[in-house]
Design a protein around this ligand. Sequence first.
Ligand SMILES: [Zn+2]
Length: 381
Amino acid sequence: MPLPTEPVGSLPRPATLQAAIAAYDAGTITRSALEREQDAACRDSIERMEATGSPIVSDGEQRASSFATYPVADTLAGTGLAPNLAGDGQYFAIFTDGHHRQLPRLTGGPFRYKTFAADYLKKSMPMAKKPMKQAVIAPSMLSLLYPLDAELPGYTRAQFLEDLCNECEQDIRKAFQAGAKRVSVDFTEGRLACRNDPRNPWTGRGMLEQFIELNNRVLDRFTAAERVNIGIHTCPGGDCDSTHSADVDYANLLPSMFRMNAGYFLIQLASERDKERVYQLCGKHSRTDANGVAQVCFIGVINPLDPEVETAEQVRDDLLLAAKHIPKERLGSTDDCGFSPFSIDVKPKHGSPDLARDIAFQKITSRVQGTAMASERLGVM
Ligand SMILES: [Zn+2]
C-alpha cells in the first residue's frame, strides 16, 4: 500500500459563483439559478481534482457557506439562517490580517441542523468517478453558538450539547450513507483555543480539554471499524490567505488532540517553521491503539495560502523526513487546510479566486506525485 494522500476539502469558489452568491443575497437571482452555478462549480472541481491523479476527491465544498456554517446558513451573509439563531454571535476568529469571522448566536432550543453535509454530497456523488471524501464540522466549533456564560431560558447548555452531539453524529453517518469513503471533522478551533486573544473572549477560557471531550462524545458512538475512516483536521485557520493561530505552539495542542479517538488526522505542517519538531510530536503523541484504531498522521505538505507551487520533490522530502519520526504504516500526506474554507474569499495573494483554483490543482498534483515518490523510496508501493 502506498502512502495515503487526501485533501482537506474546500477549493476557492469561482468568481462567477461568488458573484451569484452575492446576487442571491441581494434577491436578484433565484435559488435555482444559484444552484446551477454551484453544480457547475462542483462538477469542475471534481473533474479537475480527479485529473491530478488524487485517489480520493472532494467537490471543493462549492455549495457550502463555509466549513463551519453549512449546517445552519445557506450563505455566509446569513441568508436562510436556521430557526432559533440570530446573526450576531461571537467572533469565531480574528485573523492576522485584521479581518474576522463571526458565528450566529443561539436564541433558544431546540438546536437542529438545517442542512447536513450529505445533502450536498448526494448531489456531487454522481459527478465523480473516483471515491469521494466529505468534511464535516466538529461539535466543538458549534458549541460556540451557545452563549459563553449565560444559560438560555428553557434550553440548558446540557440539553444543547446533547442535541448538538446527535446532529454531529447524524452528519457523519449520513455522509457515509451517501457514499463518502472518508469523513474528516474540521477542528480549526483546537489550536485557536490555545491562543488567549483578549479581543476574542472564548479563546481565553482554556476550552481545549472540553472540546476534546465533546468531540469524543461523538466519536465514541462509532465502532473502531468506522473510526478508521473518520479523521480530524487541525490547522491555524485559512481565510483570505491569512491565519488565526499560527503563533500557537503545536506542543500545546497535539498531546490533547491525539486523545480524540479518530482513526486519522489531517495536520497543517507545510507552513510550520520547524517541521521536524512537529513530526516528532506527532510520532510521540499519536496512538497505535485509540480504542481499537491505529491513528494515521497525514502531514500537510502543501500550503494553500501561498501561491508558490511546491514541487513533487519537496513533498517527497517532507515525507521522508517525517518517516524518521512517524512509522510509515501510520503516515500519509494532505494539504495544510482547505484552499478556501469560506465561500466568499478573493484569495488576495493569488490575484483572484479563479487563478487560485488553477494553482490549487497544480499543488494537489505535486502532492500526489511527491507522495508516490516517497512511497517508492520507503518501499511501500
Ligand atoms: Zn483548516
